[in-house]
Design a protein around this ligand. Structure first.
Ligand code: PMP
Length: 442
């Protein structure tokens, strides 16, 4: 484990067993933990977290792609503390500088025209609002999302989500259709990734013709699918998909909840890797470095469609969340986090590709920057998902001091999306640990 001079405070709270017992007795049982022996995390420092015994872990999942600047980043902490002590809450019915300041700052990060923002508290809420805006603006109802997508757990966004594992047998989302995922690894199409991307984009046209009134409100996609396991189409996909959407009256929504804020390395926003400009961008997670902060950014004429009725959100625009967002955007620049994601993303992906050459269990390595996925299969030909083996690797990496995520429809993709402040030493250590964990599977 790389050196770290930070020492956690002695933990003095309830024991791990008591915490577990209270959860079991008083919390909704659907709230799950991810390891056989649930891990209790009580402190964090940048890319590291500590359990109640003081044991340190390298956190390669960042609170599910949310801790962008680092746990307890001093600038973000200070901004939050100062704002809490000054004014914690008023709502947007009064003027406060933080709210328009952050909206203005976001506009400066966007392509021209995308300069009006509505703040919410979660990614689900942001996507709900994006779909509402698209429906109001276009006058159409139908929305096309992608198979293997995750867009949230509220009623409309559960409908956009495309994994049966996240969908409850209850009414959800109206007028939503799922087009084929352009990722080449499990595509029903054959050919080069670009050919697969083209054929997948054509599925949007078919969906419009066969399943909608011939006009759509929107196409929504994550530039790189997060929960789906770092899946994405070739560089030509989003251009074709966006063109087809616009031909059919729809707006293009980019869900940047995981891909935004420099994570993909080459660009600030995930969509920029595909050379497209969306009409609506949604964001959350890394935006607040852990504060409940999300947003929908769009063009003024689209935003204006919400003026026809009253729309209000109690915590959207909260001064503390805004202070956190302002600090996060500064830190991404000041600490060179996008460049770090680019450089270390290359190092990590190269290392993972080397592991693939030694471990037949790895079927695919994909993603960009510090948003990477490693898909494990029992057989590279049949691509049979190695779900049980993934669980073993997952447990073993934790035993060795590294936390990664897990995803994909079959739960057979290791998701590696650390705080953007990880170092070269962390990356090399993580690769050693993964090598050892993969080697332990027989
Ligand atoms: N979109 C994407 C791409 C996500 O990954 C998530 C959360 N995993 C959401 C939307 C929903 O965000 P939240 O959990 O904040 O509602």
């Amino acid at each position: 484990m790389p050196q770290c001079i930070y020492r956690p405070k002695p933990y003095a709270g309830p024991s791990r067993q008591d915490v577990l017992a209270m959860r079991q007795q008083y919390c909704n049982p659907a709230i799950f933990t991810i390891y056989k022996e649930p891990l209790m995390i009580v402190e964090g420092h940048m890319q590291y977290v500590f359990d109640e015994t003081g044991r340190r872990y390298l956190d390669l999942f960042g609170g599910i792609v949310t801790v962008s600047c680092g746990h307890g980043h001093p600038k973000v902490v200070k901004a939050i503390q100062d704002q809490v002590a000054t004014l914690q809450h008023t709502t947007t019915i009064y003027l406060h500088p933080n709210f328009p300041l952050l909206a203005k700052m976001l506009a400066s990060k966007m392509p021209p025209g995308l300069n009006v923002t509505y703040f919410t508290n979660s990614g689900s809420e942001a996507n709900e609002l994006a779909v509402l805006l698209a429906r109001l603006y276009t006058g159409n109802t139908d929305v096309i999302a992608l198979r293997n997508a995750y867009h949230g757990g509220s009623s409309q966004t559960m409908g956009l989500t495309s994994h049966h594992t996240w969908k409850f047998p209850a009414p959800q989302g109206i007028g939503i259709h799922h087009a084929l995922c352009p990722d080449p690894y499990r595509s029903p199409f054959s050919g080069t990734p670009e050919e697969i991307a083209r054929k997948s984009a054509e599925d949007i046209r078919d969906l419009v013709r066969f399943s909608t009134p011939g006009k759509i409100a929107a196409f929504i996609a994550e530039p790189i699918q997060g929960v789906g396991g770092a899946t994405h189409g070739a560089a030509n996909y989003l251009k074709l998909a966006y063109a087809m959407t616009r031909e059919n009256g729809g707006l293009c929504i980019a869900d940047e909840v995981q891909t935004g804020f420099g994570r993909t390395g080459d660009h600030y926003w995930g969509f920029q890797n595909f050379d497209v400009v969306p009409d609506i961008v949604t964001m959350a997670k890394g935006f607040g470095n852990g504060m409940p902060l999300a947003a929908v950014t769009t063009r003024m004429e689209i935003a204006e469609s919400l003026k026809q009725r009253i729309h209000f959100n109690t915590f959207g625009g909260n001064p503390v969340a805004m202070a956190a967002g302002l600090a996060v955007l500064d830190v991404i620049e000041e600490d060179g986090l996008q460049e770090n994601a680019r450089v270390l993303g290359i190092r990590l992906k190269n290392g993972l590709n080397q592991l693939m050459s030694r471990h037949p269990l790895i079927g695919d390595v994909r993603g960009m920057g510090l948003m990477l996925g490693v898909e494990l299969v029992r057989d590279r030909q049949t691509k049979e998902p190695a779900t049980a083996e993934t669980l073993q690797v997952f447990e073993e990496t934790r035993n060795l001091g590294v936390l990664v995520g897990k995803g994909g429809l079959y739960g057979n993709v290791l998701r590696i999306k650390p705080p953007l402040c990880v170092t070269r030493e962390d990356v090399d250590f993580a690769l050693e640990v993964l090598d050892q964990a993969l080697g332990s599977i027989h």
